[in-house]
Structures are given as structure tokens and as C-alpha cells.
Design a protein around this ligand. Structure first.
Ligand SMILES: [Zn+2]
Length: 406
């Protein structure tokens, strides 16, 4: 009885303290301070596709999608890599033309929002943007097919500000195998190895998300700079070819690289992935219908896919996936290789987000969850962005060394 009364008193006191430290959104003051004083970097966002209709304005809060300036501000997203993406089947000069249109679209969004955005190409420029209270906009090319097997095109992209290139997208390109295509080159071809060397010389980070396991190991061997996996998760928790096996994550980390965890539901949750695979026959048919209605309008395709997903969930065919699965993947990778080799690569505006992580405004929840797991503040800052800044600095250093040798 006495113990019960004591407990009651203690519990009420603890409840008061907890209520005082927690905001209505569930983010504690400590987490909020840590999150908003950190540089938060997201290495993969497909928002560029939304720029292409000429109507979308990054400065206006949108009811759709995950990224705009107001929501980036709310979630303290300090630096964002806008992805330049076209399907793997689009090749040749058309691929180059389309990539250039998208690079211009990113640069134009920066030009239209000078008080909020600044184009950054180095880690120092990201830190400087932060000091000025601006969001750093960076550019990553998602798929080596966009260089049209021409190192000159790669050099032009670098000159326009591209700071990483994913060696393939979902199909093989002319010189590298993808994780979601039948192997054609046994990894990287000799030209593919030249591409990696030229990326090193230019200071363009080598991104191994989407590539086959063999391409990853080839790139790891050739690259003088550490690699990034700009938007991949852990295969040990969800057996998807887009994710990295524990052996791959260990090899990546041993050479200083970083895996930036992807939030896509089918990459982070095994039950969702299995159910999704089961429903694929139907989805493939529906995709054909969507393509008929939407054509090349990627935003339309995304919205239609979302509608289908919502319906499949309502019909009980797909399980719910909540945002905490992202934390499981971060924690798995940290336990495997340490906090120096893990970052964030959401895939916002290009993937199915788990419940609770619908947009950039939700990012402080990651900091809160890691604090509650007992992570140190310094480790959390690394995961939020400092690891990616380190890799970018290393790419710059390797570039400077290689250029001084010629
Ligand atoms: Zn991708």
C-alpha cells in the first residue's frame, strides 16, 4: 500500500516532468535542440520531377509530396541532393538532353528562391549556407546512362554542379550492371572503371545505390574516394536487391564509405515487400493503365500509384509500415559498422513513405528516436549529416590530389 502510494507520487512527478519536456508533437526539448542545431543532409530526393511541369513552386507549401521550402524549414533539412532521373530505357543524346533540362530546373528553383536556397558544390558551401540561414541545394545524377558513354558529358555535368552519380538506375547501362536487371557486364566494364576514375578526378561522389553487388565490389576496388549508397537500406532486415548485405556494408565502411538509409516501405519492411511482390501481377497491369492515363508525367504516375497503394492497404493486401522501421535500419547499420558510416537518403517524392515520415517536417522524430535509444549527441549529428559532409570533403581532397598530379 505504502509502496503503491510512493509509486503514485513518483509516477505523477515523472509524468509532470515528461509533460514539461515534451511538446504536443512528441519531440522532446533535448531532441529538438539537438536536431535544430545539427546540419541535416538528405542525399536523395526526387522532387526534381515535380519541377518539370513548370507550375510547381518549391517556395509554397504543397498538400502533395514530401518536399518544399516550408516543410524543409520545419524539419531543419539543411542540405538536399535533388536527383536528376530519367528511366534506364531512355538512352543516347535524348538522355543527355533530358538530364540537362532537369539540372536547369534545379538551378532555376535556386535562382527563384535566393533567400532560402543556395546551390552548393562543396562541404564548405553547405556549412556556409547554414551560417546564412539558407538550405543548400545539391545535384546528384541517378543513372550512368545519362552520360551517354561520354566522359565529356560527365565533365559537363560536374561543371554544372553535379556532385554524385549513381552508376546505374534500375536497368543496366552500357558499362555497369544494375541490381534489378539481368547481369550483362559482370559488374563494371573497362570503360565503367574509367568512369569511376574520372568521377574521382572531378570530385563527383561515386554512388552505388541501384547497382548490382558485383558492380559495387568493382567500384569499391577502383575508387580512390570512399563510396556512398545515397538511398539504400539493409538487406539483413529486408531482403531486397536494392538493399545492401551486411558484407557489403562492412566492405563499404572499411573504405570509409556511408550508407544513407532509404525510407521506402518495400526496402525497409519484409512483410510489406513480400505482400507487394504477391500483388505485383495486378500492379503491373495497373501500371500499364496508369501509363496510358499519365504518359511521361511522373507526378501523375506517383499520385496514381499512391491511390492504388491506399486501396490495397484498405483491402488488407498490404500491411501498415510505420516510420520506426527507418530507425531499425539505422540501428542495424550502426551496430554493424559504427555511427561513422550511416546517413539519411530518404527517397522523398520518389518512393512510398512509411506512416509517420510523410515529409521533411517529420525528420526531428529520427533524432528523438535515436536519443531515446541512447545514442550520443555526437553520433546523432554524424548520422544526420556530418558523415555525408565528411565523404564530400574526401571526394574533394581526392580530386585535388589527382588534379595536382597532372
Ligand atoms: Zn533510386
Amino acid at each position: 500500500m505504502v509502496r503503491a502510494i510512493l509509486c503514485m507520487g513518483a509516477c505523477v512527478a515523472a509524468g509532470v516532468v515528461l509533460a514539461g519536456a515534451m511538446k504536443a508533437d512528441g519531440i522532446s526539448e533535448k531532441a529538438r535542440k539537438l536536431h535544430f542545431s545539427s546540419i541535416v543532409v538528405d542525399t536523395h530526393d526526387d522532387t526534381t520531377q515535380r519541377f518539370l511541369d513548370g507550375k510547381f513552386d518549391l517556395g509554397t507549401r504543397s498538400a502533395l509530396g514530401s518536399i518544399d521550402i516550408p516543410r524543409m524549414r520545419e524539419g531543419n533539412l539543411s542540405a538536399i541532393f535533388f536527383s536528376i532521373w530519367i528511366p534506364s530505357k531512355v538512352t543516347g543524346p535524348e538522355a543527355v538532353d533530358k538530364a540537362l533540362v532537369q539540372i536547369d530546373a534545379v538551378r532555376e528553383q535556386v535562382r527563384k528562391h535566393p533567400n532560402d536556397l543556395v546551390l552548393a558544390t562543396t562541404a564548405a558551401e553547405i556549412r556556409e549556407a547554414r551560417k546564412q540561414g539558407k538550405i543548400a541545394a545539391l545535384i546528384g545524377v541517378e543513372g550512368g546512362h545519362m552520360i551517354n558513354s561520354d566522359l565529356g558529358v560527365l565533365r559537363s555535368y560536374a561543371a554544372l554542379g553535379v556532385r554524385y552519380m549513381t552508376l546505374t538506375h534500375s536497368g543496366n547501362d552500357e558499362w555497369a550492371d544494375s541490381s534489378t536487371d539481368k547481369p550483362a557486364h559482370n559488374g563494371l566494364t573497362e570503360f565503367g572503371k574509367d568512369v569511376v576514375r574520372e568521377m574521382n578526378r572531378l570530385g563527383v561522389m561515386v554512388d552505388i545505390s541501384h547497382v548490382s553487388d558485383k558492380t559495387f565490389y568493382d567500384a569499391l576496388e577502383i575508387s580512390k574516394a570512399p563510396l556512398i549508397a545515397s538511398h539504400s537500406s539493409c538487406r539483413a532486415l529486408c531482403d531486397h536487391p536494392r538493399d545492401m548485405s551486411d558484407d557489403m556494408i562492412k566492405a563499404l565502411a572499411a573504405k570509409g564509405g556511408v550508407i544513407q538509409i532509404n525510407y521506402e516501405k518495400s526496402f525497409i519492411d519484409q512483410a510489406y515487400k513480400d505482400a507487394s511482390d504477391k500483388a505485383t501481377g495486378g500492379v503491373v497491369e495497373m501500371m500499364a493503365t496508369i501509363k496510358k492515363a499519365c504518359g511521361d508525367d511522373e507526378e501523375c504516375v506517383g499520385l496514381e500509384m499512391k491511390k492504388i497503394e491506399t486501396r490495397l492497404i484498405a483491402e488488407g493486401k498490404l500491411p501498415h509500415v510505420t516510420w520506426e522501421r527507418i530507425i531499425d535500419h539505422i540501428d542495424h547499420a550502426v551496430k554493424l559498422v559504427g555511427a561513422d558510416h550511416v546517413g539519411l537518403g530518404s527517397d522523398f517524392d520518389g518512393a512510398n513513405m512509411p506512416e509517420g515520415m510523410e515529409d521533411a517536417s517529420k525528420l526531428p522524430k529520427i533524432t528523438e528516436a535515436l536519443l531515446r535509444k541512447g545514442y550520443s549527441e555526437s553520433d546523432i549529428r554524424k548520422i544526420l549529416g556530418e558523415n555525408t559532409l565528411r565523404i564530400l570533403e574526401q571526394a574533394e581532397k581526392v580530386s585535388a590530389e589527382m588534379q595536382s598530379q597532372r
